[in-house]
Design a protein around this ligand. Sequence first.
Ligand code: CDV
Length: 317
Amino acid sequence: MSRRIIIGAAQLGPISRNESRRAVVVRLIELMREARSRGCDLVAFPELALTTFFPRWYFESQDEVDCWFEREMPGPETQALFDEARRLAIGFYLGYAELAVESDGVHHYNTSILVNKHAEIIGKYRKIHLPGHTENEPWRRFQHLEKRYFERGNFGFPAFHTSIGGHQGVFGMALCNDRRWPETYRVLGLQGVEMTFIGYNTPVHYSQAPEHDHLQAFHNHLSLQAGGYQNGMWIVGVAKAGDEEGSELLGQSCIIAPTGEIVTMCSTLGDELATASCDLDRCSEIRDNVFNFEQHREPDTYGLICETKGGVDTLKT
Ligand code: CDV
């Protein structure tokens, strides 16, 4: 017995500033159809997959900011994606900028959703680790204003129990910068998550430490592979890649086994699908052994992780 599901990592090439949602959705549908023709049960798209990566620009007015956000999901431009998913009977994971009207007012989140093969949204995640800065910093080659345009997600890291490809499993979501933080995977791992979907937009150039630009590709896989292995879960990492409005974005979309091995990876910086057959039962290879949490974790010695944010000065304590 195994619980094999076929997953597609649908990398997107660049989206230009003036490309319409409708045009992007056509690209997504094309990748979705290819995924279905290759037998995929679910296809995963990147972070902020409906527009260009707009936090690279500083906008004066809130109206200029809000035009990048979705007020409803599905909305008039994204309905076609849901319709096609239902027709093909394929699930999907999608990142987008969410404008949410909640009881206490309007909120802006960097969001992802998990949609089942009936085109029903069965899970929503709002990005926790928001990188970048809040003020315009013209010295940078480009801005990274996620801290200005988004609020921290208010759902934590939920686990979703659902069926994909006829198999019941436990699924999690994260977005881009989340993948660099071990806490992301561990919180998901502790809830028994067996597969985590992570869309990303990663500029190769990092303004504050450009001497590390050549390490972007290494750090991407280092984080994804370590997170998968140390928690015995599948990882589906999906990039928006290529030269987007003068900012070079990393590719390397990949699917990683619970052993930490990359089982498939995109080889271009454009729209490209990488697929893998993923047996959710393989999580136990790790979870029953080297990372058997119940047997080997020592949580009473880890208190500092939650007690402090920036660390403690051990000379003073
Ligand atoms: N979209 C992101 O979260 N990007 C960050 C960059 C700014 C470092 C990342 O972690 O890839």
